[in-house]
Design a protein around this ligand. Structure first.
Ligand SMILES: Nc1ncnc2c1ncn2[C@@H]1O[C@H](COP(=O)(O)OP(=O)(O)O)[C@@H](O)[C@H]1O
Ligand SMILES: CC(=O)N[C@@H](CCC(=O)OP(=O)(O)O)C(=O)O
Length: 293
């Protein structure tokens, strides 16, 4: 072995021992990871994500993956000539769109993530909010500028039954969850993946909610990363229009989660390889941390 090799491997060994305090701190804790549709488009990044999730489980952290798929649903709807539009980051969903949403989320995307984790040597099982009544939903009621907006079959979690997550966890399995729920009338609802992730994180007493997306975190008006936000600051950013579109449900979710007992919620850049590992195992916070304040 050359001196260069030794230096390289010493660095690797140091990295591992540097991570030890974090592994000890988080072993046995539940981490909910929201894997956004924008973060999963690159094949190599998707492979790295699956390996990182497998690594978390290997070191004793209990990851629960909730995935989105907004861009992928958009592509399929376009192919089928079904129109869809968004109001404050939520897709107005009629019956025809709902069929496509469920097919894309619970079908192709869910199974791709499950297969990638299993290929990385992990043990993952894909479910949706319908399995074992995980996500019971009610229709989302929205008013905008004093007017009622009908979002169609968009729902929000009314009750979370986390039994299935616990059962999978006990069997050493990583749950991968598609954000489709159903109501008491048996109606299928399209739930924003951020909202679903927040509700699940609160229901299972997660230590962390990590939201992987396609921006470095929350950006201020001049495009700079905001490293930390309290509830009051989030409301101010929403009121002055600094945050818009998909960032609105994302931050609302972070707030609800931390107000419901999740220790911290972080918005992270899913396009950065190993962003989860950097966030969890180093003192270098890399996204926007949302706290109760
Ligand atoms: N202040 C802001 N900082 C960062 N992103 C913002 C902000 N306001 C709006 N956004 C938008 O929010 C998007 C992330 O939400 P979304 O598209 O729903 O992502 P995902 O599919 O990962 O859930 C960003 O791509 C960006 O266009
Ligand atoms: C109601 C609503 O908007 N549902 C989302 C569900 C998928 C999602 O949230 O995907 P991302 O996380 O990739 O944005 C949608 O139809 O696009």
């Amino acid at each position: 072995m050359s001196i260069t090799d030794t230096k390289y491997w010493l660095k690797t060994a140091r990295t591992l021992t540097d991570a030890l305090p974090y592994m000890q701190k988080y072993a046995g804790k539940r981490f909910v990871i929201k894997y956004g549709g924008h973060a999963m488009v690159d094949k190599e990044l998707a492979r790295i994500f699956a390996r990182d999730i497998t690594l978390l489980r290997q070191v004793g952290i209990l990851p629960v993956v909730i995935h989105g798929g907004g861009p992928q649903i958009g592509t399929m709807l376009k192919r089928l000539n079904i129109e869809s539009r968004f109001v404050d980051g939520l897709r107005v969903t009629d019956a025809a769109a709902m069929e496509v949403v469920e097919m894309v989320l619970s079908g192709s995307i869910n199974k791709e993530i499950v297969a990638a984790i299993n290929a990385a040597g992990g043990k993952a099982v894909g479910i949706s909010g319908k399995d074992d009544n995980l996500l019971l939903a009610r229709k989302t009621e929205m008013t905008k500028d004093g007017e009622r907006v009908d979002l169609g079959l968009v729902g929000e979690p009314d009750k979370v039954n986390p039994g299935i997550i616990r059962s999978l966890e006990q069997a050493g399995v990583i749950p991968v969850i598609a954000p489709v729920g159903f109501g008491p009338d048996g109606q299928t609802y399209n739930i924003n993946a951020d909202t679903a992730a927040g509700a699940i994180a609160a229901a299972i007493g997660a230590a962390r909610l990590l939201m992987l997306t396609d921006v470095p975190g929350v950006l201020d008006k001049s495009g700079q990363l905001v490293q930390q936000l309290t509830a009051g600051e989030v409301r101010a950013l929403a009121a002055d229009g600094t945050i818009s579109g998909g960032m609105i449900p994302k931050l609302e979710t972070c707030l609800t989660a931390v107000e419901s007992g999740v220790e911290a919620a972080v918005i992270l850049d899913g396009r950065v390889p190993h962003s989860m590992l950097l966030e969890i195992f180093t003192p270098q916070g890399i996204g926007t941390l949302v706290t109760r304040g």
